[in-house]
Design a protein around this ligand. Structure first.
Ligand code: HEM
Length: 300
């Protein structure tokens, strides 16, 4: 009997137990409140979830009138929306209605013969008027004001590659103004068609004196929500009706998801990519402020 009690005491001591007391229960883990960022990550862990919840939901009730082939950008599948990355904005607008930020780089006329050979002039806007091509330049024209012939190239405003070459083009320069008329475009040879001239980009198509192109604004700019026109249209910070048109505005977790998706987008994203909330500056700001901060006007 004595041996048995001794053994029991040794066993209890070895196991750290106290024969007089039952083991204390584990403390319950503290309940922490879910943040808006947690909610976003729970509801929309991947880009596919974001597309289904924020974009497709708002477009599907009005199938055919919203962003299928009818409206640019085509957003009706996740793959189509990814195609908007790196694309220019306002492609469907009349030139006069283009937002300054969506204006393209103005193509350039470079003279290739005569005393001003090498001079370059940036095109602001242009029109085909009957047989003539009337070009308005960014800066007033200097030099030969009499009708004359000149050889020229039209260069891309983005990378200066040659778009059109025309030799001996009959030109009328209105001295002191910004206008050059290239007469009789049919005489410029088979390589210069009216269709080709219409594709030349002016840098100020809305003709308000602002050349809006700066190289890093576009429909969806990976890593840069502030330079992404798509988000600006949803925020209502650019002219035009606010998106999603005629549908309910986004919830706070939805705003976090779309900001963080754009902010952490890879240059070559895949549809099933997770949204990287833990690397997202916008999510960090929401956590610090305890709320999503959008312009007050958007919260009516
Ligand atoms: C979250 C969903 C949506 C997004 C992100 C979105 C985004 C945009 C963007 C960025 C543009 C301008 C494109 C450009 O000029 O570059 C645009 C235009 C347009 N969207 Fe949406 N949209 C959404 C939902 C909708 C819905 C639900 C409708 C219709 C029911 C709609 C109808 C239109 C129309 C008619 C235009 C062209 C006319 C205009 O510029 O106002 N969109 N949308």
């Amino acid at each position: 009997m004595r041996t048995t009690s001794l053994l029991a005491a040794v066993w209890l001591t070895a196991c750290g137990g106290d024969p007089a007391q039952a083991p204390a229960p584990e403390p319950e883990p503290e309940q922490t409140e879910k943040t808006l960022v947690d909610e976003a990550a729970e509801q929309m862990p991947t880009y596919l979830d974001l597309h289904a919840q924020v974009v497709y939901r708002t477009c599907s009730p009005t199938s055919g009138v919203c962003h299928n082939t009818k409206e640019f950008p085509d957003l009706h599948t996740p793959g189509n929306m990814l195609d908007a990355i790196g694309k220019p904005c306002n492609l469907g607008e009349e030139p006069g209605d283009i937002y300054d930020g969506c204006e393209p780089a103005g193509d350039i006329i470079r003279l290739t013969t005569g005393p001003r050979s090498g001079d370059e002039m940036t095109i602001a806007w242009h029109d085909v008027d009957g047989d003539d091509w009337v070009v308005t330049l960014e800066d007033p024209v200097a030099g030969d004001c009499e009708p004359h012939r000149a050889s020229l190239r039209i260069l891309s405003g983005e990378d200066k590659s040659t778009i059109i070459t025309a030799d001996g083009a009959p030109m009328v320069v209105q001295c002191g103004s910004n206008t050059v008329t290239i007469q009789n475009i049919a005489s410029l040879g088979p390589l210069v068609s009216e269709a080709l001239l219409r594709r030349v980009a002016g840098g100020d198509p809305n003709r308000n004196g602002v050349f809006g192109y700066d190289g890093d604004y576009g429909q969806l700019v990976p890593g840069n929500p502030e330079r992404s026109y798509l988000l600006a249209r949803m925020l209502g910070t650019v002219p035009g009706s606010r998106m999603p048109l005629a549908n309910q505005p986004l919830s706070d977790p939805e705003w976090i998801a779309i900001y963080c998706w754009i902010e952490t987008l890879d240059a070559d994203p895949r549809e099933e990519d997770p949204i990287r909330y833990d690397e997202c500056e916008f999510a960090a700001q929401v956590l610090a402020a305890g709320k999503v901060s959008l312009p007050e006007a958007l919260r009516e």
